[in-house]
Design a protein around this ligand. Structure first.
Ligand SMILES: [Zn+2]
Length: 366
């Protein structure tokens, strides 16, 4: 009987002691301690709510959750005090917009670039002045992919451009001078004015790996001259015909050689569904997809496939950009004579960028 009573008294006295101790602390200090506790609880809840919320963010799921994860990471590491402190509320706003509707993001994209198509426009237009825009879009784990079309322009090119324009996305065209540019100048001019990247695919579609250095120089030079005449632009990138490269080609080509890592085989099967299914099965951030806008070899398959692929990729959270833009965004510096099959962010020369993508996509992507 005595023991429980003693315990009760003891526990009562401890409570009283704590309470008296608390009351001994000056009022301002007590107020501060209480406030700190409240703020701590609020921050804890905010942190817990952000992650599951963004992970369930619909179509752009991995993209958004990646952003959140990196934000938390950068704040913890304290890298870029501007971004982690002042940037956080802005980006929360951006996430909300993206969750509610991609098309709605035009208002927010000026500040932080949250919407897919507008993000791209912002970067395009902000290339000269927008260091802030670039910095924020780099922090975001963008899912970029490059559609490329060879051997045109032809009657298929305007039909492909219809889709690209409709969705406000970009692609890259490796054009052939003889018979193609010569007879389809309007299509080339339209593509160039739309902001598509124009690369060289030689003047006469010569197989470079079976050519002399003089022949390589000649076919490259003739194509450059024709393009300068038609669009006033000399391509900064090229794609060797058939992907054939040897030492002579390497020694003769003075610009980056862009190959591909997803081959739709559109010229072989001339089948829309094969193209669409190949892209759906193999696409990943940094992929370069090979197609042909030469209607004589692919018929209607390629432009019809494009009309299906573009909206599907956008639904998956991809941004469709030019080859050069994707290389730059993923930290690759294009070298003259260098060969590039993809610009996978997981293998980026920018180790910090590669690590971020590995965290978000590594276990899932090839
Ligand atoms: Zn070709």
């Amino acid at each position: 009987m005595e023991e429980p009573d003693a315990k009760k008294r003891k526990s009562g006295s401890i409570k009283e002691q704590v309470f008296r101790g608390w009351k001994k602390i000056p009022l301002p200090v007590r107020a501060f301690l209480a406030l700190s506790a409240c703020v701590g609880i609020v921050l804890l809840f905010a942190g817990l709510l952000r992650r599951p919320g963004s992970a369930a963010g619909g179509g752009a799921g991995p993209d958004v959750s990646g952003t959140g994860a990196f934000e938390a990471e950068s704040a913890a590491e304290g890298e870029g005090s501007e971004t982690s402190v002042s940037g956080q509320p802005e980006i929360t706003g951006g996430d909300k917009k993206e969750g509610s509707g991609k098309t709605d993001a035009s208002g927010g994209s000026k500040a932080e670039g949250s919407g897919k198509p507008d993000d791209e426009k912002t970067e395009e237009s902000g290339k000269s002045g927008g260091a802030k825009t670039e910095a924020s879009s780099e922090r975001k784990l963008r899912k970029l992919v490059a559609l490329t079309y060879d051997d045109g322009p032809s009657n298929a090119t305007p039909l492909i451009l219809d889709t690209l324009e409709k969705y406000g996305v970009k692609a890259t065209f490796f054009v052939v001078g003889r018979d193609q540019v010569e007879y389809h100048k309007e299509a080339l001019i339209r593509a160039y004015n739309d902001g598509m990247e124009i690369g060289s695919h030689t003047y006469d579609h010569r197989i470079l790996s079976k050519s002399t250095q003089e022949q390589i120089w000649e076919t490259m030079w003739k194509n450059d001259e024709l393009l300068k005449e038609v669009i006033g632009f000399q391509p900064k990138i090229m794609r060797p015909t058939g992907g054939g490269i040897n030492d002579t080609v390497r020694a003769s080509i003075d610009r980056p050689m862009i190959l591909w890592n997803i081959d739709t085989l559109d010229w072989k099967y001339e089948d829309k569904d094969t193209i669409v299914n190949t892209v759906k099965a193999e696409v990943h951030p940094g992929a370069i997809i090979l197609m042909h806008d030469l209607i004589e070899t692919t018929g209607d398959s390629t432009w019809q496939a494009t009309a299906e692929i573009v909206p599907w990729l956008l639904e998956q959270g991809y941004e469709l950009v030019t080859v050069s833009e994707m290389a730059k965004a993923y930290g690759y510096t294009l070298q003259p004579g260098g060969t590039y099959y993809s610009f996978n962010p997981l293998w980026s020369p920018d180790a910090e960028l590669a690590a971020r993508y590995y965290q978000a996509f590594g276990p899932k992507e090839p």
